[in-house]
Design a protein around this ligand. Sequence first.
Ligand code: G3P
Ligand code: MG
Length: 408
Amino acid sequence: MGKLHIRASAAFGISLVAALGLSTAVPAAGAERAGPPGSTNYPSIVGHRGSAGLSPENTVAGFEQARDLGADLFEVDVQLSSDGEIFLFHDATGARTTNVAEVFPERAGDPITSFTSAELSLLDAGSYFGPSFAGEPIPDLRDAALVTTPKTGINIEIKSPENSPGVEAKLAEALGEKRYWQRLIARDQLVVSSFDEASLRAFHDLMPHIPVLLISSVPDDAALASLSQWADGLVTNYRLLDPADVARVQATGLTLDVYTVNSVEAMTEMTVLGVDSIITDFPGVLSALQRGVDPLPENNGIEVSTVVADPPGNDVQPENGEYVLLTNTGSAPVDVSGYVLQDAVINRLVVGSGYVLSPGGQLRVYTGPGTNTADRFYNNRTTAVLNNNGDSIAVFSPEGRFVDLYAY
Ligand code: G3P
Ligand code: MG
């Protein structure tokens, strides 16, 4: 059974000042956030795969958006093409985020690393997110570097290095040869991360002056002590973080970053715990929270109250499968027809026409099939979309108004 979750109301905003019990060490409401990472009580803001909740992941459009929304760093994933060129891409295949099925119909399920850089340049990595991003290409490292500024650096994740043999040396070579990388390194605006400890260590041995972060669950004290001998930080899944482990990690001298934090409530909780960086698909929400302004200014009272992602039985069984519960917490009726409920990998459920929620009114939006009623709408999908182990839901109006953000 999915967790029932009573949330703080995003519509009323949440004050980090209050949550942190601070009055002077943080900027006043509406002020610019003071200073670079480390100079305030706030964690650094890392835009996950760019700004993956609002624009296509690992694209220049997303990096620019993360920068413009106030990210301190944007995160990218690097892999190697079959002809040995670094490209920025997360998944193991192009199926989810590109038009590979149209361009290379025979190879749609092939490893993305089996394509040459020339072949990769033929793919559209934007249309999956929406037509306004059509034609957005798969970028390379230089494309990402050109988006950085003195305020916005980059976190380069070595993704699945087993599929990209030699990627560590290629990355070290690329970062060593261009002045723009030297500038970022000198300003402490470049970090390299990986889930793969051996790969991260290999990169570190080649470029020991670049900070490296291991992405992992928090290990025992002995392993942390050993890691702290060569790495700079640990990146961990916030849902699995024991609050006591924040101090345990930081006591070794390692920084602690958390991913992928996609709600105001979880951002606040992680800030209060004192993590060093928060990786999020919605850097603008975190930036607003840190500046003391409404993190969801377009909210109109419609909120996600609950997600039931793992009901008894099949998640997409007729009538009683997984669903998102929307509530109108405002004082006026809201027509939610056409509202879009988007998960973290950009599956979208859409509310059908004719649904107007009165104040206090609720609607269950199901993934699977069933009989539509006044308070239940079924999307008739055959595969589950709500991740049983935690996910996030961003709610948009048909006009693109960013109405709510919820994580479970
Ligand atoms: O940097 C943390 C995060 O990017 C790790 O997860 O799968 O999105 O690369 P993933
Ligand atoms: Mg990543």
